[in-house]
Design a protein around this ligand. Sequence first.
Ligand code: ZN
Length: 198
Amino acid sequence: MELYNGLINNLIEELASLPGIGVKSAQRLAFHIIGLPQSRVDHIANTMMKARAGVRYCSECCNLSDADTCPICSNGRRDHSTIMVVESPRDLAAYEKTGRYEGVYHVLHGAISPMLGIGPGDIRLKELMTRLEGDIQEVIIATNSSLEGETTAMYISKLVKPIGIKVTRIASGVPVGGDLENIDEVTLLRALEGRTEI
Ligand code: ZN
């Protein structure tokens, strides 16, 4: 038996399809949205559409940005010769929250996973290699400590080392399989400071 009519059901289904939102949360959100003034809902929907249409990848680090280069890459006070390679914009955000990293980033948007059929060509590796033609002192690999993250780290290391650029890996204080965004700042900083050359 359908509990609600089509419009409400559609809304609940769409919300439940978002990551981290189960059916119960989707229902709660749907009822909340329906209870909001029309103008508020228009504003939320508009913000989503504008963000989707206007946000692109930074031409340098591939982070999400609404300009050609993101605020980090266009900041002249950052150390542009140190690149920290992360899997996702969320990982970048986690390191930025520590406020202690002064270099720049490179966002891969994924990790190599032979099991899932994700190869080197499916993540933003080519863009990283292009950046390494510039004056780069160190590449810090901060991919997750999952099997995919380690595979990706090894792959990048093999590509970068022959160029003569120092390659380091963050220390393994990061729990296995742990998403960097769920790790507290002290642990992240310790992992960064304890990085070793690979
Ligand atoms: Zn950038």
